[in-house]
Design a protein around this ligand. Structure first.
Ligand SMILES: Nc1ncnc2c1ncn2[C@@H]1O[C@H](COP(=O)(O)OP(=O)(O)OP(=O)(O)O)[C@@H](O)[C@H]1O
Length: 515
């Protein structure tokens, strides 16, 4: 490891030379498996940044390899849809304004200070934003986020980087409507070395593709595209579509939605290491169209191409950007036209929910202890509660009532939270980008996505990827080797698009980057 105040990151001499004391920590905004994230102010310039502390307490081998990999990859990637790593700063020792875990044995880890990555600050992550009571994404808004997600991911893939942890809390959004890919802690470069093996213990369970669940160790950009498909469906549907509790259940949920694989639809599947172990006992047919029949036709077409079992046939980010979905009315809105919200990160919304649950528990206990007193009080209406039913992943088919409940979800007004200014440019039909309200409507004119207060009952977003919420949802970080590009992925440089884009200019201008 480099000396304390000289992290060995070339090119920018200032990197690693400044102290964290140059920043004033304002509040904690994230608690990841690998460290805390703070909102902070640069004392000299007043600039607001995010400080991600690199956890050293479990490290016996010095500076964590995962952090080195994350820094290396982030330094290589410069794109408007990829989070910008600005600097690395250090702290000489134990800090007083935070709870610091005991540092590792001095024998094993001589460096007792902390190291922080300094990022541009983003107001929200997608999970935190979507969890806001009463918030409902419009179709132009969903298209706008999806387009940015795919543009950032296409850039990563062209630069031979697999993200390997695409999920809502790793998609950061600022109040200018910009979406950026973040958390490259599991990312890695891939090469064309088809003999190299990669770990399959990556990607948060709900967003993990079938090939990894079946034990594949040779894979490529298609793994990220599966996760994008899950996010896309989640945006339209209003909650995670494949919330498995463990690997076998996750695979089963996938098969119930996408059908069971065989050599016919997925050539080579029977050779994947754990295929025989997890082989479905009965054949199931693909039900994406049936279960999501109320999605827009082009949305459904695109979703089906993302949630393809065989990674070799799964759509690439580039082709997804070319799909009819992004080129038909309603068009993706301009990010700048999106509403501005008070900052919301998953960590904060979780904390608020926890607090709310604790308060409810206390109130319940008090009620039990003093039944007389409470019996005299008028009944309390619980705000923000929903009794609507929703499709609970494959196997729990949405019934007519729940469809009604979705499209007739209570409007945001019931929750007393203003939605901010209209969300799209004026060229969209009335009731659309301007905030049509309601769930996802059955006709194509329906302008709202699935996120509303309704699909998120007050108890939260369902069970964590692993029971008990203690196990990390990712596998161990780090694996050796490279990757041979799969047949569905073109590495032919930047996305060239197909001529004029609907927002004016050609697509090169719109996506604005060079390889
Ligand atoms: N640049 C940023 N601006 C604002 N918030 C951020 C930023 N980076 C991270 N966060 C917040 O901190 C959270 C955790 O960050 P990150 O995912 O990078 O950490 P992690 O330790 O790798 O987490 P995980 O265990 O989820 O993989 C994010 O979900 C986000 O809410």
């Amino acid at each position: 490891m480099a000396a304390t105040n000289q992290l060995n990151v070339e090119e920018r001499p200032s990197w690693g030379s400044r102290s964290v004391e140059c920043f004033e920590k304002l509040e904690q905004i994230g608690e990841g498996t690998y460290g805390q994230v703070y909102m902070a102010r640069e004392k000299r310039t007043g600039e607001i940044v995010a400080l991600k502390k690199i956890r050293m307490d479990n490290e016996k081998e010095g500076f964590p390899i995962t952090a080195i990999r994350e820094i290396k990859i982030l330094k290589k990637l410069q794109h408007e849809n990829v989070i910008q790593l600005k600097e690395i700063v250090t702290s000489p020792g134990r800090e007083t304004n935070e709870q610091v875990q005991p540092v590792a044995d001095a024998e094993n880890n001589k460096y007792k200070g902390s190291i922080y990555m300094v990022f541009e600050y983003m107001d929200h992550d997608l999970t935190g934003l979507a969890d806001r009571p009463g918030l409902r994404f419009t179709v132009p808004q969903i298209k706008c986020y999806m387009k940015q997600l795919l543009t950032g991911l296409h850039y990563c893939h062209v630069n031979q980087v697999l993200h390997r942890d695409i999920k809502g809390s790793n998609l950061l959004i600022d109040n200018e409507g910009n979406l950026k890919l973040a958390d490259f802690g599991l990312a890695r470069s891939f090469s064309n070395d088809i003999n190299a093996n990669l770990t399959n213990r990556v990607i948060t369970l709900w967003y993990r593709p079938p090939e990894l669940l079946l034990g594949a160790t040779k894979y490529g950009p298609a793994v990220d595209m599966w996760s994008v498909g899950c996010i896309f469906a989640e945006l339209l549907y209003g909650k995670p579509i494949l919330p498995g509790k463990n690997e076998p259940e996750q695979l089963n949920k996938i098969f119930e939605l996408c059908g069971t694989p065989d050599e016919l639809i997925w050539p080579g599947v029977s050779k994947i290491p754990w295929y025989n172990k997890f082989k479905p006992t009965r054949p199931m047919k693909k039900r994406i169209r049936e279960l999501f029949r109320h999605f827009d036709r082009h949305a459904l077409d695109l979703l089906e191409k993302m949630l393809v079992l065989d990674p070799a046939q799964r759509i690439s980010a580039k082709d997804a950007l070319d799909s009819e979905y992004f080129w038909n009315d309603p068009l993706p809105c301009d990010p700048k036209s999106l509403p501005k919200y008070e900052s919301s990160h998953e960590f904060q919304t979780k904390k608020k929910r926890q607090q709310q649950r604790q308060n409810e528990e206390i109130a319940k206990r008090q009620k039990l202890q003093h039944p007389q007193q409470h019996a005299r009080l008028p009944p309390i209406q619980q705000s923000g509660q929903s009794h609507q039913q929703h499709w609970n992943g494959p196997g729990h088919q949405m019934n007519n009532n729940s469809q009604m409940a979705m499209s007739g979800a209570p409007s945001h007004h019931q929750y007393g939270k203003p939605r901010g200014p209209p969300a799209g440019p004026s060229r969209y039909p009335p009731g659309g980008a301007g905030g049509g309200g309601g769930g996802y409507y059955q006709d194509r004119g329906g302008q709202s996505g699935g996120y509303s207060s309704a699909p998120f009952p007050s108890q939260g977003r369902g069970p964590p990827p692993y029971p008990g919420n203690t196990a990390p949802s990712n596998g161990p970080r780090g694996a050796a080797g490279g990757y041979g590009a799969p047949p569905n992925y073109s590495q032919s440089g930047q996305y060239n698009g197909r001529g004029q884009n609907p927002m004016g200019g050609n697509r090169n201008q719109q996506y604005g980057w060079q390889q």
